[in-house]
Design a protein around this ligand. Structure first.
Ligand code: EPU
Length: 330
């Protein structure tokens, strides 16, 4: 089975075993198979935050296709299957006449992936809306419900990315929305668009976010990518002060405790690496933080080599080592 259609980077790689599951029973069956064959499973969502490094993946790749969208109107809660599309979920919530997730429109991937990764954009993160997460524990064959706190969300981080939590398989997510909606215009560019606007509605913000993303980010169907390839690095106050002296226009966002988050896209751009290309691997011409796979012809190793080149060049100029955002599947 070629995994090319299952990752937005469009890397071609064979999976030793592949299964698509639509409910818990099927999941248990394929996990039993993996145990019997002594092969490690790999849970695949939308493949939009994934870099497949090798040509042959010696795993049982399990494509999560669990559907479901249950509405609790009284509590403004939806319970959504892990395999549902995140963007469609945002649309369905807005179609209920509710607001909340509009800043997170057009992010590729599934609801399960959204939680594992704690997706974020335009001043919002999915963690804000997660009431609880239903997970399957393959070691005990039990289903468990984790509260928001137990998910330990951080910037592009959750318990599911740690050793302790990686064993859990997300089955469904409960998303809760405020009874009184108010617009989140904390992201400067989004606020500017609504400066003189009379009509600030969830739908209007949704459309503005869709338009902004379409302007800045490549459509994976046209030019394969995994969105931002690196996280925005966080540095101490001391490191930041030194950088600011040397680079007065450095883009930064203050965090609590005096730390600063830097814009990785700005760092890569200033290192002269926006729109460059090594073979089929490159950075996007409009957003240096996005690694692209031209013609879908680069393999995982070529993309990883290119990513290392970016890390080295940025580190040489700014003394900051960028950390990749996607999951790397060997
Ligand atoms: N910038 C440049 N040159 C570039 C790219 C960016 O100078 O080539 C500057 C911009 O002008 C801006 C700053 O860097 O001042 C930040 O850029 P941008 O607003 O485009 O956002 P980002 O920090 O690069 C983050 C998320 C995106 C999310 C956007 C919008 C990360 C790693 N990325 O990007 O998330 O859509 O903000 O909120 O946090 C993703 O995670 O896959 C992703 C696309």
């Amino acid at each position: 089975m070629d995994l090319k259609p299952y990752n937005t980077m469009a890397v071609s790689a064979k999976a030793r075993y592949f299964a698509e599951v639509t409910d818990r029973r099927e999941l248990e069956l394929v996990l039993d198979f993996a145990r019997r064959e002594n092969i490690e499973p790999f849970i695949l969502g939308g493949g939009s935050n994934l870099l497949i490094a090798s040509h042959l993946v010696n795993r049982l790749v399990i494509k999560m296709n669990m559907k479901g969208f249950e509405v609790r109107t009284d509590e403004k809660i939806v319970k959504v299957g892990a395999g549902e599309s995140w963007h469609e979920t945002v649309q369905r919530v807005l179609d209920l006449g509710w607001g909340g997730p509009e800043n997170l429109a057009l992010i590729p991937g599934t609801v399960g992936g959204a939680v594992v990764q704690n997706i974020g954009a335009y001043g919002a993160e999915v963690a804000q809306f997660v009431r609880s997460v239903e997970v399957f524990d393959p070691q005990t064959s039990l289903v468990r419900t984790l509260t928001n706190e137990e998910c330990d969300f951080g910037y592009r981080h959750s318990v599911f990315k740690t050793q302790a939590g990686s064993k859990w398989i997300v089955l469904a997510v409960k998303l809760a929305f405020d009874s009184q909606w108010s617009a989140n215009l904390s992201y400067k560019e989004l606020a500017l668009g609504f400066k003189d606007s009379q009509e600030t509605t969830p739908q209007a913000i949704f459309e503005a976010v869709v338009a902004a993303r379409s302007r800045k980010l490549p459509d994976p169907k046209v030019l394969p990518s995994a969105g931002s390839f690196f996280k925005n690095p966080v540095v101490t106050r001391e490191v930041f002060q030194q950088l600011l002296e040397q680079f007065p226009s450095i883009v930064h966002y203050p965090l609590s405790g005096g730390r600063e988050k830097l814009a990785a896209g700005w760092l890569i751009d200033q290192a002269g690496l926006k729109g460059v290309r090594h073979g089929f691997a490159g950075t996007y011409e409009k957003q240096a933080l996005v690694l692209v796979n031209h013609d879908g012809s680069a393999d995982g190793q070529a993309l990883l080599d290119f990513a290392s080149f970016i890390q080295d060049t940025v580190e040489e100029k700014f003394g900051v080592r960028l950390e990749p955002e996607p999951v790397v599947l060997e």
